[in-house]
Design a protein around this ligand. Structure first.
Ligand code: ATP
Ligand code: MG
Length: 776
């Protein structure tokens, strides 16, 4: 043990040696927060604290597994096995299983993932005959999620005028009813959604003092990583559980708080000192992860935020190479640059695929990267997005399995009751739903009793329903005696799913069959693993729990060497030698949806801080001048965040002064029907090095604007209409966008802008000072 403690620096050692009482470690990225937590747990055990009494909450289950492994290395695996470690959701799902009866849920309740929830919401919107364009299922679910994370129950909602008015104002006066129906539907199906796992835990701890006391006594030491991203519901749980012993240690970095959009409350970290008495605060300042260039550049970024705690982050590491900035014409070209660079680096420096990560703001950006990597035969793994378990054929199998565990699970039932087709039509299903509502029973229970209820079904249909019931029940019998692999193999064959997929001989169809095979492989791994660890059967319920809670990071179980692709949100806490942050463009990053208030923009900036600080040795920032977004080719400008980094830390691989001069290749499809002879290619200008153009980097907005006139001056062709008499209705030709009609003009002098509807590319607002337009 001493060996591990001596490997810590002095500032890190202090919180490890401080055994009891409330404490907070606030420190910047890469300063060893997670490492301190890990060693602290090992040291607690070393001092005789029982592993059963330690609860450690991490951001992903993967992080928990890694932590557990490290602790096992130190104290031995038989001890470490008993630690309570995982995400809030996984730990409290486990607790809810044993206490669910108190809340009226079966202990085998299903956990709805967001797609299940969306299906349920869509169903209710339909039943309530609401307009889907007003009550958009995703939005409705988001709103409900916010209610739950703020502990606003249905009852509380109906007692709160302001909330009701807010919904009425946004044209959704029936939100409360929708919320109520959704909650009832989930309850009837014996299901909890993700937010319920926290909400119901809170309910459990407040309504049942004896339960609270039990867990307070169990979790004598509580540790929370990434505390800055806890939401109100999570905060209350931690607060309640730690209330008795007050042995609570939280670590976090306010500069990395990036989940406000999901209800995370940065005040949880800022107010920690007020919440507990005698809090010890520790600060770590030395970064061990990254080069000086990266650490210092990251510091200059976060300095731009007003809301922050003052922190020092420095490193004794080398300067390392500068951060490389690369511009490309299109997202496809951006992908080629990234894949090409990885390829070269691997060749030149003998690096592994796993040394590289590609981070993006939105999941959709992965596609261009994937295409490019595939062309270069570089193996990669996508974290998040449409992951394996989201694929239709996999979900179908899983829904059968969910029914085996909990036949009341309505979402699962609806998905597979007539898939593969077995002659149970929509009318029958609707009748079942009506009866289920009427009798306040699940659909499956109605089906079981179909002979006793008069639904005006013919005997053939009744038989089909009973056959389905019998089939599921037969699976349940197998589930009693066999492991999850045996059962799943059986289910995939008996239901006719595999046969159905095999009918489709196209590559896509074959890929689906392979996916099911892959699922079976995964289950096999799981069951064998379970048997190895504790001689357990490897039962289905445990596997399903794993799947339901798996964030995509958790599926990273194979050690195959792959490039990692993920959103920046998912990259939190991780580190890679080389990191590409792609899509560094205005409206994409910072996201167009997060720029309306300072606090939103600051959250985007923190996200950028997180992205950059994942890099150990080399960071790349790449952007494209145009990309497809929502199916449309859209023009883009480099992200203000690039400009915000002090130029001394950057190396432009493509001259920055060309940012606004480059034109797309004419042979692309960009211009559609536009007469190509009217389009000119601007010459890339040689000239001033970027740093000189950029001037004072303290104010990004100014920098971006400053660049434009430089670009404007050197452009060839087109007249500068800043002082011309352009009027509404004029038809104009723009070098880049082609033909368009002037819809509106506003502003005066240098600020005069025209709103122009282009045939290709839609409506754009152009500053006439710079716009290169010809009236035609
Ligand atoms: P983040 O804010 O990104 O979550 P963190 O503060 O949790 O970062 P860690 O992941 O714990 O930082 O540590 C960053 C890296 O530095 C890890 O590779 C870790 O092993 C290493 N490290 C931390 N402390 C030391 C130390 N005292 N000596 C050597 N390496 C260290
Ligand atoms: Mg960490």
């Amino acid at each position: 043990m001493q060996k591990y403690i001596s490997q810590l620096n002095e500032a890190q050692r202090e919180p490890v040696l401080q055994k009891d009482g409330p404490m907070i470690i606030i420190a910047g990225a890469g300063s060893g927060k997670t490492r301190v937590l890990t060693i602290r747990i090992a040291y607690l055990m070393h001092q005789g604290v029982d592993a059963f009494n330690i609860l450690s909450l991490t951001f992903t289950n993967k992080a928990a597994r890694e932590m557990k492994k490290r602790i096992s290395d130190i104290v031995g695996s038989s001890e470490a096995k008993n630690l309570w470690m995982g995400t809030f959701h996984s730990v409290f799902a486990r607790i809810l299983r044993s206490e669910a009866h108190l809340l009226g849920y079966p202990s085998n309740f299903t956990i709805y993932d967001s797609q299940d929830s969306l299906r349920a919401i869509s169903g209710i919107i339909k039943e309530m005959q609401l307009d889907r364009d007003v009550y958009k299922p995703k939005q409705v679910l988001g709103r409900i999620s916010n209610f739950k994370n703020s502990l606003i129950t249905v009852k509380a909602y109906f007692n709160d005028r302001d909330l009701q008015e807010a919904d009425a104002m946004s044209k959704k006066p029936r939100m409360g009813e929708l919320y109520q129906n959704y909650v009832e539907k989930c309850f009837k199906s014996g299901a909890m959604d993700f937010d319920d796992l926290l909400l119901k835990t809170n309910e459990l701890l407040t309504r049942f003092p004896e339960v609270l006391a039990k867990y307070q006594n169990r979790f004598r030491y509580i540790l929370v990583d990434e505390y800055q991203d806890t939401n109100h519901s999570q905060y209350l749980i931690v607060r309640a559980l730690s209330d008795k012993f007050q042995n609570i240690c939280v670590v976090g970095d306010d500069a990395q708080s990036i989940y406000a959009f999901r209800g995370a409350n940065i005040n949880n970290i800022l107010n920690f000192q007020k919440d507990y008495e005698g809090v010890k605060t520790f600060r770590l300042e030395q970064n061990y992860r990254s080069t000086k260039n990266i650490v210092e550049a990251a510091n200059t970024i976060i300095d731009k935020n007003k809301t922050k705690l003052d922190k020092i982050v420095w490193t004794a590491n080398d300067f390392g190479p500068k951060i490389k900035v690369h511009r490309s014409m299109t997202d496809a070209e951006e992908g080629r640059f990234v894949a090409g660079t990885i390829f070269e680096q691997k060749m030149q420096n003998q690096m592994n695929n796993g040394d590289f990560a590609i981070l993006y703001r939105t999941n959709a950006q992965s596609r261009a990267m994937e295409d490019a990597l595939r062309k270069r035969d570089i193996p990669y793994r996508i974290y998040g997005g449409l992951s394996f378990y989201q694929r239709k054929e996999i979900k179908d199998v899983l829904c059968y399995l969910r029914l085996v565990i909990n036949p009341k699970d309505e979402e699962a039932l609806m998905r597979v009751i007539n898939y593969p087709a077995r002659g149970i039509g929509n009318t029958t299903i609707e009748k079942l739903m009506v009866a289920a509502n009427h009798y306040k029973r699940s659909i499956f229970e109605v089906m079981q009793n179909i002979d006793k209820i008069d639904l005006k079904l013919n005997s053939g249909t009744k038989q089909k329903l009973l056959d389905f019931v019998t089939m599921i029940q037969s699976f349940q019998v197998i589930n009693e005696n066999q492991d999850a692999f045996y059962l799943t193999d059986h289910v995939s064959k008996k239901t006719g799913l595999v046969q159905e997929l095999k009918k489709d001989a196209t590559p896509e169809g074959m890929a689906k069959v392979q996916n099911i095979e892959e699922l079976l492989n995964g289950i096999k791994d799981f069951t064998e693993g379970q048997k190895e660890i504790d001689g357990a059967r490897g039962a289905l319920a445990e596997f399903m729990e794993d799947v339901a809670l798996a964030t995509d990071l958790d599926k990273d179980t194979s050690d195959e060497d792959r490039v990692a692709l993920m959103t920046i949100h998912l990259a939190k806490g991780l580190e890679f030698p080389h990191v590409f942050v792609v899509g560094m463009e205005e409206d994409l990053f910072p996201s167009a949806m997060s720029m309306s208030t300072r606090s939103e923009l600051e959250e985007e900036r923190r996200l950028f801080y997180v992205a950059l600080t994942r890099a150990e040795h080399q960071a790349y920032l790449t952007y494209a001048q145009s990309r497809y977004r929502w199916g449309k080719l859209t023009d883009s400008e480099p992200s203000r965040f690039i400009e915000e980094i002090d130029g001394q830390y950057l190396e432009y691989l493509t001259p920055a002064e060309n940012n606004y001069r480059y034109k797309p290749m004419i042979d692309s499809d960009i211009f559609g029907d536009v007469d190509k002879s009217k389009l000119r290619l601007a010459k890339p200008a040689n000239g001033t090095p970027p740093q000189q153009i950029k001037g004072n980097t303290a104010n990004s907005e100014i920098n971006i604007r400053k660049l434009k006139p430089v670009a404007g001056k050197s452009m060839s062709g087109g007249s500068n209409l800043f002082d011309n008499k352009l009027v509404t209705g004029n038809i104009v030709m723009h070098e880049r966008f082609g033909k368009g009609e002037v819809l509106n003009i506003d502003g005066v002098g240098a600020d005069k802008k025209a709103e122009i509807k282009f045939d290709v590319g839609g409506i754009k607002k152009l500053l006439l000072r710079f716009a290169k337009l010809d009236i035609i």
